[in-house]
Design a protein around this ligand. Sequence first.
Ligand SMILES: [Zn+2]
Length: 332
Amino acid sequence: MLGHWLDFTLAEPPRESLPDTQEGRLPFGRYTLHGPGILELTPAVARPEARACVLSVGIHGNETAPIELMGEVLARLEAGLIRLGAPVLVVLGNIPAIQVGLRFVSTNLNRLFRRDLEERGDEPERARQLMAAVDGFYSRHSPRARLHYDLHTAIRDSRFPRFAVEPFATTAIDDEQWRWLAAADIQAVLHQHQHSWTFSHYSKHYHGAQAFTLELGKVAAFGDNDLTVLRPMRALLEALVEGREPPGAEPQRMAFFRVEHELMREAEDFTLCFADDTPNFTEFSPGTCLARDAVAGNFVVGDRPLSVVFPNAQVERGARAALLVVPSPSPT
Ligand SMILES: [Zn+2]
């Protein structure tokens, strides 16, 4: 069943016959379907050191590589090639957006994960379902250590094609996380400097989970992803699913950055001074003009170089048009 779960969930038109709740057996445990795109795997025997793992994909509907990667892991579990040894919640995020191959349908789901959310609509409703699913999962498996990896791909090229975004929250990140991410071939880490209401932030902020948003290359259509470059990441996910210690490597392999400044769009008349397809982490030297804004004026790089991440001139007024980041020391 697991190997078909993704296809089944994403079938267009939707299969009316898909039940809301469904349970079944796996070679080393069982699965429970809590709702569309919300699948819990329960091992027959959980290893003592296993984490309660939330693994989410498709929070942005056009980011297909993580969905294919999760499909491989589920198929290998079902075939008995890997042995379930940890409780795992697999989440397929924005199902209608995945079906039409768009980042979102009405609004960006990955800014809605807050308990005081008041917005109405399909994506806010989905955020509420997913928050409830995570709350239930972590409470069922308390006091097991909590982990959440939210898997994405980026819209643009990047100097570091695979990078982790560390959500801002008071929970400290364990040193082992840096070792695991380095071994999984993550090339850079970006520390966020303030709350941003993403899915991984939700698990870290409200549940004290070890949580990251992982950007795993660039957006492509289903079937056009090169999953071979994600083998080290698959090895990390499979170790977690098996409840055993993942491979480790020196964290110093990765480049660490922190946010120095958020470039906000203030005016209707607003432009970024660099090409639309500028790769993430491109560095600009002092004196370079990065943005022209009829209200805020020009933004010029000061004394030290700044690198640009997630630039987007098309955001609404008052929203973030880019993160400007600087290198930071390795945390270990
Ligand atoms: Zn994304």
